[in-house]
Write a protein that binds this ligand. Structure first.
Ligand code: 13P
Length: 249
């Protein structure tokens, strides 16, 4: 049985002082009750060294929020996969809807970022999901399949090494959550798409993200194809994050 994965995405939040308090509280909680799932936190790039130091020797994995599509060179402001690797980064988000929306990242760029991560031995967490407009137009399945197809096309040979996070854009930071049934429906579509690309589709963890919190996590995580969560706001509060971790059995 694969373990579920609960990953916190801090987004552009935190400070040296608040990160330390948050991490110490999460690590304390994990020491008191050993999680049945894998746990990671995706910190802003300048804090990766801090997270690496504070989590050393623990089962809390370091994650990053983005990676460059380039290997190295004259790309001011970019952070390469090799650099992330030096800070013990185990997972990196690629294609988060906020990157797609505000930084105009498209499907093929996201696929290249996933490829860079894999080449550096970092697991990409490929984020995808539809907008409310797309859902209302009946396009949910077509959109998520298109987004995943680009990643499969470029990374087919190692597709079983990725993690996928289904994050309906309308559920992110809005307090609106997909119902467990809505999320499961999309996850089942993604699973069957992966089944056409790999003999081991069940090895791939499919996370749900979008206003997941201490109150709704258990019901979402009970769905057959939901293998974890990608948590924004609730990952900034240690008791809430710990409660979600405890829900992931
Ligand atoms: P919220 O949990 O704040 O809705 O954010 C979800 C998300 O975007 C995680 O990547």
């Amino acid at each position: 049985m694969k373990k579920k994965l609960i990953a916190g995405n801090w987004k552009m939040n935190g400070s040296l002082a608040s990160n330390e308090a948050l991490l110490r509280a999460v690590l304390d909680g994990m020491a008191q009750q050993a999680p049945a799932c894998d746990v990671a936190v995706a910190a802003p790039a300048p804090y990766l060294a801090q997270v690496q130091a504070l989590t050393a020797g623990s089962s809390l994995a370091v994650a990053a929020q983005d990676v460059s599509a380039h290997e190295a060179g004259a790309y001011t402001g970019e952070v390469s996969a090799a650099m992330l690797k030096e800070f013990s980064v185990r997972y990196v988000l690629v294609g988060h809807s906020e990157r797609r929306q505000y930084h105009h990242e498209n499907d093929s760029l996201v696929a290249i970022k996933a490829q860079r991560a894999l080449a550096a031995g970092i697991t990409p967490i490929v984020c995808l999901g539809e907008t409310m407009q797309e859902r209302e137009a009946g396009l949910t399945e077509a959109v998520v399949k298109r987004q995943l197809a680009a990643v499969i096309h470029l990374n087919g040979h190692c597709i079983s090494e990725i993690v996928v996070a289904y994050e309906p854009v309308w559920a992110i930071g809005t307090g609106l959550t997909a119902t467990p049934e809505q999320a499961q429906e999309v996850h089942a579509v993604l699973r069957s798409q992966l089944a056409a690309a790999t003999e081991q589709p069940d090895r791939i963890r499919l996370l749900y993200g979008g206003s997941m919190n201490a109150g709704n996590a258990a019901a979402l995580l009970a769905q057959p194809d939901i293998d974890g969560g990608l948590i924004g706001g609730a990952s900034l509060k240690a008791p809430d994050f710990l409660q979600i971790i405890a829900s992931a059995k």
